[in-house]
Design a protein around this ligand. Structure first.
Ligand SMILES: [Zn+2]
Length: 237
């Protein structure tokens, strides 16, 4: 059940304690992919998981602005501080729990949110407010090297939102891309912002993102999320 489309009466009637909360970002993804990539991918995976799960699950509306200051040099990027982000997500989860949906899987689409979400889910769970875990979909699939606006994200978008991928800009995206994330010396990333190591904000070659592989990517992410939902639904608290 998607809260955004359901009525309050529908919400009252649903019999579950499981909820999914998609969390994304609004940030540059190179010249070829939309600013909303991380929200679109998180929603795609959350919807697929909710559809495939054998049981009722409430899907909350997505959070579209996250921890993304590292992309501030590129137009259109929005961000909030980690403190604001954690508080906003915490209160959103607390309101889900208020209605009895207190086993919460956050479906995350943005690398910059990972640390804040892990800490937040630990705090919520230890405090007993809810049992919450954070699932970052690209960490659960077999595709190597996430990059940024690179093959993995572009592959998923080509499957879920093909009209939003500018195929005619893929060569330009690849030409200005960095090969890897960051500027590493002795295990330390010297760069804080993407613009310090990537000319156009892209990491990885999005041309390697054959649309035919997109379906497999969604399948893998969906299966991983369903397995996680089953574990969270039955775990002792
Ligand atoms: Zn992204």
């Amino acid at each position: 059940m998607h809260l955004r489309e359901a009525t309050s009466a529908d919400a009252e009637a649903v019999d579950t304690d499981l909820a999914l909360l998609p969390v994304g970002s609004t940030e540059q993804h190179g010249p070829h992919a939309p600013l909303g990539t991380d929200s679109l991918t998180a929603e795609t995976v959350a919807d697929a998981g909710a559809d495939a799960y054998d049981g009722a699950v409430v899907v909350a509306p997505p959070i579209h602005v996250g921890v993304a200051e590292e992309h501030r040099d590129f137009s259109g990027t929005l961000w909030v501080s980690e403190d604001t982000f954690r508080e906003y997500v915490r209160e959103t989860v607390a309101s889900l729990a208020h209605h009895g949906w207190d086993r919460v899987v956050i479906v995350n689409g943005h690398g910059g949110n990972v640390d804040a979400l892990r800490e937040l889910c630990g705090r919520l769970s230890r405090d007993g407010e809810a049992y919450a875990v954070s699932f970052t979909w690209f960490d659960a699939v077999s595709d190597p090297e996430m990059g940024h606006g690179g093959p993995v994200e572009t592959r998923l978008l080509r499957q879920s939102h093909p009209d939003l991928v500018h195929e005619d800009r893929l060569d330009a995206a690849a030409a200005g891309a960095a090969e890897g994330w960051g500027e590493w010396v002795s295990g330390v990333n010297l760069a804080y912002d993407t613009a310090e190591f990537s000319e156009n904000g892209v990491v990885g070659d999005p041309r390697e993102s054959g649309a035919d592989r997109g379906e497999k990517l969604v399948d893998e992410a969906r299966a991983a999320l369903v397995e996680l939902l089953e574990a969270v639904a039955t775990r002792e608290r």
